[in-house]
Design a protein around this ligand. Structure first.
Ligand code: NAD
Length: 388
């Protein structure tokens, strides 16, 4: 394959990510798109050619023989349908997280990739965050000994803008935010710890956005992340239906015995994740997760909030999501063209969803322990061989 010719399903919002692929340097070109929103298609056509996006129906992209690879950037509840159809059409697929909104759906995407031999890539861009890569490097070097525990606190200031005004606010579209948003962090915890969740337990509730003012009809404004949209009750255009939680806490044990917790709050005033990885010889913690941030390493005992033994100061990288978006798109093109193995993993993406689904079930029922079902071993082996 010479030039990689790309189609985009869901061209606005996250679909803009594909623009990083449209470059001479990567020898890749966007040639087609589909989106039900005419305004989104118009903007896309202005960027990539008059007839690039002619339809709201994603099948028009898949029917084109001049499309080699497809970015699936539609809302979560379409991922399974769009990815399965694209793989069956023989396209290489960049599928945004989450892989699907159910465990069955995620397994169907993996199985379709295996059955068709079409290449599947999952858009877990946090695996290209400089802060995550630095923490992985420190863990792999053994600086804090053998990892025992991981905690992640996720503060989501944009909750009111991005999760409670549109399709995200309904279970039928996302299952819940432990999966929708938490899939990123569960995946990071799995990757850096070297194992997947085996059992989970969770609690959570909706206690702020349920009291906020709802709009009655269709949404007229577009999603906008604005600092002035604060505090949550100052807004009045929330979704008519909100049945997801705005605060969730899950605890989980990985197959290698590492114990983890992940907490997520959608009415926090700040927006970042704070991870700590604790081994039997020290602790790592990030302060800030993108742009200018610090990775602090503690290896000396103290009796107060200690000065870290080592601090890694990370500088901002260019490109969205802390520079991870151009990096992940490059890796996708290299995977499609040269078979280069990326940081991301479809099987890991499925385990992130499975842990999120089981935690959500625990949270909404008895807060009891749930087992995370395993992936079919032959399917897992296919992906471990690099999809060969
Ligand atoms: N990895 C990340 O950092 C990251 C960041 C943001 C969003 N996402 C993911 O990207 C996906 C899209 O999120 P978003 O925030 O851009 O949502 P959005 O609602 O802002 O945009 C989705 C786009 O898909 C279009 N669309 C809706 N239904 C469609 C259909 N049936 N066929 C084709 N297109 C359709 C919409 O018109 C819109 O243009 C989600 O799955 C989300 O989880 C990932």
């Amino acid at each position: 394959m010479n030039t990689v010719r790309i189609g985009v399903i869901g061209v606005a919002g996250r679909g803009k990510l594909a623009s990083y692929a449209h470059s001479d340097e990567l020898n890749a070109q966007i040639v087609a798109g589909a989106d039900p929103d005419p305004d989104a298609r118009k903007t896309f056509n202005e960027a990539y050619g008059r007839d690039a996006a002619t339809s709201g129906n994603y099948r028009t992209v898949l029917e084109r023989s001049d499309v080699d690879a497809v970015f699936v950037c539609s809302p979560d509840h379409f991922h399974e349908e769009h990815a399965v159809a694209a793989l069956e059409a023989g396209k290489a697929v960049y599928l945004e997280k989450p892989i699907a909104v159910t465990i069955e759906g995620a397994d169907r995407v993996l199985e379709t990739a295996r059955k068709t031999g079409s290449k599947l890539y999952l858009g877990h861009n946090m695996r290209y965050f400089p802060s995550v890569l630095k923490m992985k490097e420190i863990l792999d070097a053994g600086t804090i000994g053998t990892l025992q525990a991981v905690w992640c606190r996720h503060f989501v200031a944009i909750g009111g803008d991005a999760y409670f005004k549109d399709w995200h606010s309904e279970r039928k579209n996302t299952t819940g935010l432990l999966l929708q948003k938490g899939a990123h962090d569960i995946d990071v915890i799995h990757w850096l710890s070297g194992a997947y969740a085996e059992s989970v337990v969770a609690m959570g509730k909706l206690s702020v956005y349920d009291k906020a003012e709802r709009r009655t009809g269709e949404r007229t404004s577009k999603v906008a992340l604005k600092p002035e949209n604060w505090p949550p009750y100052s807004q009045n255009d929330y979704s008519p239906t909100i049945d997801i939680e705005d605060h969730s806490m899950m605890m989980f044990t990985l197959a290698n015995g590492v114990q983890c917790s992940y907490t997520q709050c959608h009415y926090a005033p700040d927006y970042w994740r704070n991870y700590t990885f604790i081994g039997d010889r020290g602790r790592i913690e990030n302060i800030g997760d993108s742009g200018s941030c610090e990775i602090r390493v503690y290896t000396t005992r103290s009796h107060t909030a200690a000065t870290p033994d080592i601090v890694h100061y990370l500088k901002p990288s260019s490109g969205s999501h802390g520079g991870s978006d151009p990096a992940i798109v490059r890796s996708f093109i290299e995977f499609v063209r040269d078979g280069k193995i990326p940081n991301t993993s479809p099987v890991a993406a499925r385990y992130a969803v499975a842990a999120g689904v089981m935690a959500t079930e625990s949270l909404r029922t008895d807060n009891g322990l749930r087992r995370v079902p395993a992936v079919d071993p032959e399917t897992e082996a296919y992906f471990e061989r690099g999809q060969r």
